[in-house]
Design a protein around this ligand. Structure first.
Ligand code: FE
Ligand code: FE
Ligand code: ZN
Length: 306
């Protein structure tokens, strides 16, 4: 029997990949995803090789395959626009460097938001992204780039299967390019994933299921096609628990790591003061294939104890 590969977004922090791994183990994950620094800036510390070796030992003990561990590029870089050429070139160099950092850690997959077509047509944006990817993938790195399916907020590129296909078809280095499906983004982008096979078959015809390297599992606070990109906790949004379970356990995607990026829980529904991670509970519900309607309250109770 094939094993479910599930984890969440965790933080890198001062203990780098070892800190991320330890956090993931607390949630009973067998994979995880992290940014190698703040997602909102491009300040990066060198990778500590000693930490990497220690993390690898623990991963071996805990049966975590590093090929299922995912890095996420910061979302402030933009490969979609050349208006500020200096910024475009900075983004290219930064992403290439981020791939090198992944190689140093043995990470084989990095998720990237394709880019934004600011003040230009979608087609120009997509061309800029493809061109940037071809200069990033210059043969000096081996980590794959997974282009994330986007919700279509503002000028985002890569919010339809056709847009992703357009970029991917132009990439020279085919073995270093793939896709990360984000359930919230696909739904917000207008794909009714209550009929997921319809989506997956179209994806397979146009891009190929073998290109899917990661799935971000999120419910959505908004309705189908809203292009808003606001993640909800599993089973509390408009996608719903059963539709997410169908995707998570889809037989054609069983070897693909599933990563939760659902929001932290406040003391009350709109409190932003103290926030608790939901992942241990959501992972448990997913493993049991059973939605617990009281899980938000149970999280609040557990964390208030300490
Ligand atoms: Fe993302
Ligand atoms: Fe995502
Ligand atoms: Zn999102």
């Amino acid at each position: 029997m094939k094993m479910l590969i599930i984890g969440s977004h965790v933080s890198f922090g001062t203990k780098q990949i070892l800190g991320a791994l330890e956090e993931a183990l607390n949630y009973n994950s067998n994979t995880f995803m992290f940014y190698t620094g703040a997602p909102t800036n491009t300040i990066r510390k060198p990778i500590d090789n000693d930490i990497v070796s220690r993390a690898k030992i623990t991963m071996k003990e805990k049966n975590i395959d590093i090929n299922n561990v995912v890095c996420h590029a910061p979302y402030i870089v933009n490969l979609g626009s050349k208006k500020d050429l200096e910024k475009y070139n900075f983004s290219i160099n930064f992403i290439r460097n981020e791939l090198k950092r992944c190689d140093e850690m043995g990470i084989t997959k990095m998720v990237l938001h394709p880019g934004n077509a600011v003040g230009i047509t979608k087609e120009e944006g997509l061309n800029n992204i493809a061109e940037a990817l071809n200069s990033i993938l210059d043969g000096t790195t081996s980590c794959k780039i997974l282009l994330e399916t986007m919700a279509g907020k503002g000028t985002e590129c890569g919010c339809t299967t056709d847009e992703l296909k357009y970029i991917i078809d132009k990439v020279n280095c085919q073995n270093q390019i793939g896709v990360c499906l984000d359930t919230c983004h696909i739904f917000d982008g207008g794909y009714d994933i209550s009929n997921f096979d319809l989506y997956l078959n179209e994806f397979d015809e146009k891009i190929g299921i073998n290109k899917i390297g990661c799935i971000h599992v999120n419910d959505s606070k908004n309705i189908l096609g809203s292009h808003k990109d606001r993640h909800a906790n599993i089973g509390t949004g408009n996608i719903g628990f059963n539709n997410l379970i169908n995707i998570i356990y889809h037989e054609k995607l069983i070897n693909v790591p599933k990563i939760l990026e659902t929001p932290y829980i406040g003391d009350t529904d709109d409190s932003k003061e103290r926030l608790y991670p939901p992942y241990k509970y959501e992972i448990e519900m997913i493993r049991n294939k059973n939605f617990n309607p009281n899980f938000l309250e149970e999280i609040r109770k557990e964390y208030k104890k300490d």
